[in-house]
Design a protein around this ligand. Structure first.
Ligand SMILES: [Zn+2]
Length: 415
């Protein structure tokens, strides 16, 4: 099998138990961030099932199929320094890490998937020596140009060896929104253990499964996100590598994420009470049983029924619909609902890099906002629902002209 082929995982990536069939099927679709030019749209698209399965032993929720990272991450559009919110987020992040250091003098801090180097530069402001590891060439080049030391590679034996041979073990290793993207978790944890100082810490941030369940954010499911992490399976896999969680901070990113602080067993920090209380809460909510997962899937299918039912009803009345926000989550929701230009004529997005492209699989055109003036629409589905209040405010002239807005999640509502 070539490294560039999709494959179906047979065993859980955390505990190696054989995996059963999916409990939720979103269908076969293209990669969420692969927006197409007109030319690309004439070629066959790369598509793959987007289904979730549950490990019967450690309870990790994971995609059934794995798309090789080379297909997804070699040239990433997203650049972290672009928003003020991110700059603040990472400045505060570096401070919180610094406060948990067991040494007087900060040493090396390594960020995995360091993007354009924003967090690494925040570490340096806190007195650390910073190093980034970033597989996307355009991003690592940009970081190095800005003076942020960045290795253009995946986090693996080669990059770890390079760091150990030159600047030594790390007091801090962090990975934000990368841990859930990694297929071979065991290799990553082995390399973390090798690179980490005995008193160091490993910090990861990922969207929390509990938030996806409670708030119905199932449009965060896409091929890049291989695992949907709760604390219970995470604590289990860390334990296999002599690692333990010492505290957890809930953070607002991506609708609700967890920042988990991990150390080698015996490093000396006491476990904060929040760790035990979150593990207890997961047990209380039924995460160790099957029913809660099937119930979630039922709610997800109901959202699709409600949303497609509404769209079909509006069309029967001769109304027209469009969308707003061509984010990755829009790709998931649009293709899960099997919308095409017959239902959603176009999707407005303010990012010029997305405009004049087509939504993956569905091939719905992405257009700039001005397009609305010449192509009036009765309803706008806000696919970037997490920014709904801002978007509705921005579209006040359209609203005054009679346009109605649909917020699709947690359940479709006309506002
Ligand atoms: Zn497992």
């Amino acid at each position: 099998m070539s490294d560039l082929e999709i494959y179906r995982r047979k065993n859980c990536r955390y505990c190696e138990t054989p995996l059963p069939g999916p409990f939720l099927e979103l269908g076969i679709m293209a990669l969420a961030n692969s927006f197409l030019t007109e030319e690309e749209a004439r070629l066959p698209e790369f598509e793959c099932p987007l289904d979730l399965t549950l490990c019967p032993k450690c309870r990790l929720v994971q995609l059934t199929h794995v798309v090789p990272p080379e297909k997804m991450f070699s040239h990433y559009l997203y650049v972290s320094s672009t928003t003020e919110t991110f700059r603040k987020h990472f400045a505060e992040y570096a401070k919180s890490v610094r406060a948990k250091l067991l040494k007087a003098e900060p040493g090396l801090a390594v960020d995995i998937g360091s993007n354009d180097g924003l967090l690494v530069s925040c570490y340096e402001k806190e007195g650390f020596r910073g190093a980034g590891i970033e597989p996307a060439k355009n991003l690592s080049d940009e970081a190095n140009r800005k003076g942020v030391f960045t290795i253009n590679d995946y986090f693996g034996e080669r990059s770890v060896r390079k760091l150990l041979d030159t600047i030594g073990p790390a007091d801090v290793i962090s990975g934000n929104n990368v841990f859930a993207h990694i297929d071979d978790t065991h290799a990553v944890l082995r390399n973390v253990v090798n690179l980490l100082d005995p008193k160091g810490m490993f910090v990861i941030e990922f969207p929390y499964l509990g938030v996806m369940f409670d708030k119905m954010f199932f449009d965060m499911i896409y091929h890049e996100h291989l695992s949907y992490i709760a604390l219970t399976p995470l604590a289990d896999v860390l334990g296999r590598f002599g690692l333990e969680i010492f505290t957890v901070e809930p953070v607002a990113s991506h609708g609700g994420s967890l920042r988990v602080f991990i150390q080698k067993k015996g490093a000396g920090r006491a476990q904060e009470p929040i760790v035990r209380s979150m593990l207890d809460e997961e047990r209380r909510k039924g995460y160790l049983e099957d029913a809660v997962y099937h119930e979630f899937a039922k709610r997800v299918y109901r959202v699709r029924e409600d949303l497609t039912g509404f769209v079909e009803g509006a069309r029967r009345e001769g109304k027209t619909l469009s969308g707003y926000g061509a984010a990755a989550k829009a790709t998931t929701l649009i293709n899960f609902c099997k919308f095409n230009t017959g239902q959603i004529r176009f999707v407005v997005d303010d990012n010029p890099l997305k405009q004049n492209k087509l939504v993956p699989s569905a091939k719905i055109p992405v257009v700039p906002r001005e397009y609305l003036a010449s192509h009036p629409t009765d309803y706008i589905v806000i696919f970037a629902w997490n920014f709904a209040p801002e978007i509705i405010k921005k579209l006040e002239p359209e609203r005054a002209g009679g346009v109605k807005f649909i917020v699709p999640l947690p359940k479709p509502a006309v506002v």
